[in-house]
Design a protein around this ligand. Structure first.
Ligand code: PMV
Length: 321
């Protein structure tokens, strides 16, 4: 076999963002918007990448200088992923890679992480079929840290394992939860959030108020643990209330925004069981839980104050197409 196409899901954080960077648990769900990668082994030792979603076309360089020199922004994760894989599993040929996504990179669904997982997953299938999912996770997470310096790896876990996970960084706990019927609605702010900038802003606040922020993280950890129970019991009312608590704590960290607050409050007023921002904050998406008749009015509220994105959560992890 010398060519393969794989796909991996995007993600949405349900509970515990920011605290998860500091060792606390979070809950993440994989979504049915996927990243795809086709990887072909070639004989000439040349790396060729097309990633039209991130404006990379016909990008080429010799295999022996991967990870070196000026790398276009859209190629960084994929090139580093290949570099890291080949350091562990040497190979003397070349590679042609094409990535393409079901979703817009702006949404904050984790396109960089999902493409990293796709490339490492595809190389594993082609060059080292006995590689376990946990090793794919570890190499992918290392790649994200190499490029972005920070991050808990929750998005990598969702891309590799799929479903809904109770996760502790750096992958010490990756526990699947039964959340097939999670009644989640998504609102998009139209604003791109920068994860690393927001992690740094929160870090500054923690330097000024170390004990207060630690207490917030501990409370978030407790919400994630109660959230795990609520998910398992399909107690959406409690989970909604936990979303609201978590949103209050995220407000205290300073990562909400007017647009997020508008979407969150209008979803609640339209009858949502609870609503919160999802991810780093200050933009990207928010999540709301609804049951029964309120779904329609919550969707209308999201459409009025931002964009409603129809997705299914609890999607399958990395797979061969
Ligand atoms: O902005 P997103 O969707 O990548 O989420 C970031 C979540 C953080 O907890 C702030 C960072 C992380 O890597 O866990």
């Amino acid at each position: 076999m010398s060519t393969i196409t794989v796909s991996a899901p995007g993600k949405l954080m349900l509970l515990g963002e920011h605290a998860v960077v500091y060792g606390k648990p979070c809950i993440v769900t994989a979504i049915d918007q996927r990243m795809h990668a086709t990887v072909t082994l070639t004989s000439e030792p040349l790396f060729h990448l097309d990633a039209p979603d991130v404006q990379v076309e016909n990008y080429e360089k010799p295999m022996n200088i991967l990870g070196e020199g000026d790398i276009p922004k859209g190629a960084k994760f994929v090139e580093q992923a290949v570099h890291n894989f080949l350091k562990k599993h040497p190979y003397s040929g070349g590679l042609t890679i094409r990535t393409f996504s079901d979703f817009h990179a702006q949404f904050g669904f984790g396109s960089s992480s999902a493409s990293t997982v796709c490339v490492i997953g595809a190389l594993a299938k082609l060059l080292n079929p006995s590689m376990e999912k946990k090793e794919i996770f570890d190499l992918s997470y290392q790649t994200v840290l190499d490029i972005q310096g920070k991050g808990s790896g929750f998005d990598i876990a969702a891309a590799v394992f799929g479903g809904t996970l109770f996760y502790v960084s750096p992958g010490t706990t990756i526990e699947p939860l039964d959340a097939l019927e999670l009644p989640l609605l998504i609102g998009y702010t139209g604003v791109k959030a920068d994860t690393v900038t927001l992690i740094n802003e929160v870090k500054k606040r923690a330097e000024k108020y170390p004990q207060d922020i630690e207490r917030i993280y501990e409370e978030m950890a407790s919400l994630a643990m109660r959230g795990r129970e609520a998910v398992e019991k399909k107690d959406w009312k409690t989970l909604g209330e936990l979303f609201d608590f978590n949103q209050g704590l995220l407000e205290s960290l300073g990562v909400s925004s007017l647009k997020l607050a508008l979407l969150i409050h209008s979803a609640r007023e339209a009858g949502a069981l609870g609503a919160k921002l999802s991810g780093a904050g200050k933009g990207d998406c928010m999540v709301a839980l609804t049951e029964g008749n309120e779904k329609k009015s919550v969707i209308e509220a999201l459409q009025t104050h931002g964009q409603y994105i129809e997705i299914a959560c609890h999607a399958e992890g990395l797979r061969t197409e």
